[in-house]
Design a protein around this ligand. Structure first.
Ligand SMILES: Cc1ncc(COP(=O)(O)O)c(C=O)c1O
Length: 404
């Protein structure tokens, strides 16, 4: 199935091989149109105006929340909070839940495969509160061994923050299993899941995962930048202080005291990114129209091809699980004697877009004993031709560096 036809960028650049969907996904025409339609034809503020245009904007905004609730498998729309993205979602949890409930001597656990945003806010929180920050280790297969949770989790562990899919290794963590293990040892431990890398690629059901918070960004799932989602269990969100204060998040304001609005408005202060939220609704509708079966079949086929073709190149090492059952379509690799930036630059000259650097995971790259890697990542539009372009480009790299 040719899914490229839904993405206007390919009309302008038909030969483009975009293999950086982990950084951000391309935008389908329907998402562009939904945003343009709001900006052109009913760009009123929401939940304020009593005129029809404002009501139209409010209902498009609220409709996205409904779609997200359904997308995540929850019935409670009050548990869906719009943010600017994964980064804001994790910071919100650290600053509100974390600063309220973490005490000196408590323990916060994250893992060695996290993006900086799932490390740095916890460092700050640990420093502020006197808590200890600990890390679940990755093994030689680039997985988090299941047996270490018994040693890592104890009654002092207040929070575990873990990525659903690594943005470097591609590893998919079995969150339901991990959460069950953690909760069996300490039922009050709160589990925060970073879903940034997975929501565009496989269905997520927060109830089945058993976690307490789940965060992701719209732009990695075909929507605009500037919007994301924080899902949290109602009782936790209700027991948290506010994050930002201002308009729209209040019920009543006096000179000295304020009564806050109920969920989710309590966490949505000020004018929200309305066009971006509407784009997220359009992205979800678009993904539903394509269907998980098609998305997963296409991405599974292309991921297998990437793994096979990269594996055939001498001197190239993939950092990530070899078993496709444990991974998504994110492949970071190193080529002996060639810097990742040189690889990316040569590929760019042949119309292939990949990421090079530490991918916001410096501690992980330290463990991998490289300062940077080249990352290929797939989206629903990735096809065999893109991978052919990648391999031709990498042969060019070899020619220049190995025989030049
Ligand atoms: C695993 C992971 N978490 C968090 C983020 C941060 O997302 P954002 O920059 O959209 O807030 C990224 C982005 O690359 C990511 O890959």
């Amino acid at each position: 199935m040719n899914l490229k036809r839904y993405f206007p960028i390919y009309k302008k650049y038909p030969k483009l091989a975009y293999l950086d969907s982990s950084a951000t996904a391309l935008k389908p025409q329907v998402v562009v149109e939904a945003m343009t339609d709001y900006l052109s034809h009913y760009s009123a503020n929401i939940h304020r105006g009593l005129y029809q245009m404002s009501e139209q904007a409010s209902s498009a905004y609220d409709e996205t929340r409904k779609l997200i609730a359904e997308f995540l498998g929850t019935k409670d729309e009050g548990e869906i909070v719009f943010t600017r993205g994964t980064t804001e979602g994790i910071n919100l949890i650290a600053r509100t839940w974390g600063e309220t409930y973490i005490k000196p001597g408590d323990e916060i656990v994250t893992t060695q495969m996290e993006h900086h945003v799932n490390i740095v806010p916890w460092q700050v929180l640990a420093n502020k509160t006197g808590a200890k920050l600990r890390f679940a280790k990755i093994n030689d297969h680039y997985l988090i061994s299941n047996d270490q949770w018994e040693q890592l989790i104890n009654k002092k562990t207040k929070l575990v923050a873990i990525t659903h899919e690594s943005n470097v290794l591609g590893t998919i963590n079995p969150i339901a299993e991990i959460t069950a293990k953690i909760k069996a040892i300490n039922p009050t431990c709160v589990v925060v899941v970073d879903g940034a890398q997975i929501v565009a690629h496989q269905p997520v059901n927060v109830v089945e995962l058993g976690c307490d918070f789940y965060v992701f960004s719209g732009h990695k799932m075909y929507a605009s930048t500037g919007v994301g989602v924080l899902w949290g269990k109602r009782e936790l969100l209700e027991a948290m202080p506010t994050f930002m204060q201002g308009g729209a998040m209040i019920r009543e304001v006096g000179w000295q005291e304020t009564v806050y609005a109920p969920l989710p408005d309590k966490f949505e202060a000020g004018t929200m990114p309305i066009a971006e939220v509407i784009s997220l609704g359009a992205a979800i509708r678009f993904m539903k129209s394509i269907g998980w079966k098609t998305i997963q079949e296409q991405e599974g086929k292309i991921s297998a091809l990437v793994q096979k073709r990269l594996g055939e190149i001498d001197g190239l090492k993939i950092f990530g699980p070899s078993d496709l059952a444990n991974r998504g379509g994110v492949f970071s690799f190193a080529m002996e004697g060639v810097h990742a930036h040189d690889i990316a630059q040569i590929l760019d000259e042949t119309g292939v877009c990949v990421r090079a650097g530490h991918h916001c995971a410096m501690p992980l790259h330290g463990l991998l004993k490289v300062d940077s890697s080249t990352r290929v990542s797939v989206g629903m539009y990735s096809d065999e031709k893109d991978i052919e372009g990648l391999i031709v480009g990498l042969q060019q790299v070899k020619k220049i560096f190995y025989h030049g």
